[in-house]
Design a protein around this ligand. Structure first.
Ligand SMILES: Cc1ncc(COP(=O)(O)O)c(C=O)c1O
Length: 410
C-alpha cells in the first residue's frame, strides 16, 4: 500500500505540463508503474503467464484466434514474415517470391521481406487516403507475386473489399502491417483480421504502450505455433499443444528440441503487466484521438482548405488517427521545412509521414526490388507533415495548433 502511495506521489510530481503540443505523450499512469514495479519485486520477469494473459486479452478484444506478443512492432513484422517462409508453413513464401508493398511504408515493413530473401514490389499510393492504390495492383503483379503486405497509413483503413477480392482472385497471401492501426475497423471488422497474419506495435508513441512491444495475430493454428517457436530460438518448449509436433518430441530433452530457425523476440512480464492495464484504456484513448482529428479538420478546412488537403477516410473505414496529416497543395510556395520550423518555435512538434517514399530512402539502393514511378508517395514525402492528436491534448492545445497553422497557411 505504501509503495502505491509513493509511486502515485512521484508520478504526480512529474506531471508538470509544459504546454508543448507533442506528437506523442506517455499513456502510462501510476497504475501501470505500480504494476510494473510489483512484477519486478515479485521477480517474475521473463516471458510467462502475464504475457499469455495479455495475448489472450488482446486476441479476445478484436476476435483474433491467436496473438503472439513480441518486443516491438518491427519484431512482429520480422516474425510474421519469417514464419510465412518457414518449412513448417503451408503455402510458404520462398526466396525470390515477390511481395507487393505500398510506397508509403515504414522501414521495418519492408526490411523483413529483404532479410527473408523476398523481393518487394513497391507500388504507389492513393493521394487522398495515402494507402496503397488498388488501381496499381493489377499493373504491377507478376507470375512471381505471392503476397501483398498492406499498411493502413496512420490507422486509416484501406478498402478491404477491394484488397480481399484482389488477393482471392490472384491466390495471394495477405499480410497486414497494422502497427499504426490499433482499434481501426472496416465494416465493423477489426483491421488485422482480414489477412493470414497481421502485426501491431505497442511502442511508446502508439495508441497504447508497453514501453516497447508488439503483436502478431492470426487465425491459422500452424502459423501461430511456428511464430511461437521462432519467437524463442526455434525451440518447441513454449507450445501449449504438441499434437502437430509429435514426431519431434521424443528426439531429445523436450526443452531443448529446436525444430526451426528462430530469434529471441520475447517480451517481458513487466511489459505485459503494463499492457493489461493499458488495454482497458485503449477505447478511451482512441475516442479522444478521433475527437481531436474531427475537431481540427472541422476548424481548419474552412480557413486553410484552399491551401492544404487532409487525409481522407474510406466510407466504411473507422480511422484511429496515429497523427493528423496536412498536405500542401501544389500552388503553395512555402516549404514544409519552413512551416515545421515555425511550428517548432511555437512549441508544436511535427514530423514527416512514416518514412516517405521508401524507394527514396538511401538503404533502398542496395535492395533488389521492382517499382513504378511513385509520384504520390514522393509528393507526400516532400509536401506533407503531421502534428500530434494524442489522448492528452485538450481543446486549448488544439486551439493553439489551429492558431499557428492558420497564421502560417491562411
Ligand atoms: C507501419 C509500421 N510498421 C512497423 C512499425 C514498427 O513498430 P516498432 O516501432 O514497435 O518497432 C511502425 C512504427 O511505428 C510502423 O509505423
Amino acid at each position: 500500500m505504501q509503495l502505491k502511495k509513493v509511486i502515485h506521489k512521484e508520478f504526480n510530481k512529474q506531471q508538470i505540463n509544459s504546454r508543448i503540443c507533442r506528437l506523442h505523450e506517455s499513456t502510462l499512469s501510476h497504475h501501470e508503474i505500480y504494476a510494473a514495479t510489483k512484477t519486478l519485486i515479485q521477480g517474475k520477469i521473463t516471458m510467462g503467464s502475464t504475457v499469455r494473459k495479455f495475448e489472450q486479452a488482446y486476441a479476445k478484444k478484436y476476435g483474433f484466434k491467436y496473438a503472439v506478443m513480441v518486443n516491438s512492432g518491427s519484431s512482429a513484422n520480422l516474425l510474421a514474415i519469417s514464419a510465412l517462409c518457414s518449412p513448417h508453413t503451408t503455402k510458404r513464401l520462398k526466396p525470390g517470391d515477390e511481395v507487393i508493398v505500398p510506397s508509403l511504408s515504414w522501414s521495418t515493413t519492408v526490411w523483413p521481406l529483404v532479410q527473408n530473401k523476398l523481393v518487394p514490389v513497391v507500388v504507389d499510393i492513393d493521394p487522398k487516403t495515402l494507402n496503397i492504390d488498388i488501381n496499381n495492383l493489377n499493373k504491377m503483379i507478376s507470375r512471381k507475386t505471392k503476397a501483398i503486405m498492406i499498411v493502413p497509413v496512420y490507422g486509416n483503413p484501406c478498402n478491404m473489399d477491394e484488397i480481399v477480392s484482389f488477393v482471392k482472385k490472384n491466390k495471394l497471401t495477405l499480410i497486414e502491417d497494422t502497427c499504426e492501426s490499433m482499434n481501426a475497423y472496416y465494416k465493423s471488422r477489426a483491421l488485422g483480421s482480414f489477412g493470414r497474419v497481421a502485426t501491431f506495435s505497442t511502442y511508446f508513441s502508439h495508441h497504447i504502450s508497453t514501453l516497447e512491444g508488439g503483436f502478431c495475430v492470426t487465425n491459422d493454428k500452424k502459423l501461430y505455433e511456428t511464430m511461437i517457436i521462432q519467437r524463442s530460438h526455434g525451440w518447441l518448449r513454449d507450445l501449449k499443444d504438441f499434437s502437430n509436433w509429435k514426431k519431434f518430441i521424443n528426439f531429445y530433452d523436450k526443452r531443448f528440441v529446436f525444430v526451426d530457425t528462430g530469434y529471441n523476440l520475447r517480451p517481458t512480464e513487466l511489459q505485459a503487466s503494463i499492457g493489461l492495464i493499458q488495454i482497458k484504456k485503449l477505447d478511451k484513448f482512441v475516442k479522444q484521438r478521433r475527437f481531436n482529428a474531427n475537431w481540427l479538420r472541422r476548424e481548419l478546412e474552412p480557413i486553410i482548405g484552399h491551401n492544404v488537403t487532409f487525409q481522407e477516410t474510406q466510407k466504411h473505414g473507422v480511422h484511429t488517427w496515429f497523427g493528423f496529416i496536412i498536405i500542401l497543395k501544389k500552388h503553395v510556395k512555402k516549404s514544409v521545412v519552413k512551416i515545421r520550423e515555425a511550428l517548432s518555435k511555437n512549441n508544436i512538434e511535427s514530423r514527416p509521414i512514416i518514412c516517405g517514399d521508401i524507394c527514396n530512402q538511401p538503404a533502398f539502393k542496395f535492395i533488389k526490388h521492382r517499382t513504378m514511378k511513385n509520384k504520390n508517395a514522393k509528393y507526400v514525402m516532400d509536401r506533407a507533415f503531421s502534428v500530434g492528436i494524442h489522448q492528452n491534448l485538450e481543446i486549448k492545445d488544439l486551439e493553439k495548433i489551429k492558431r499557428n497553422l492558420v497564421k502560417i497557411l491562411k
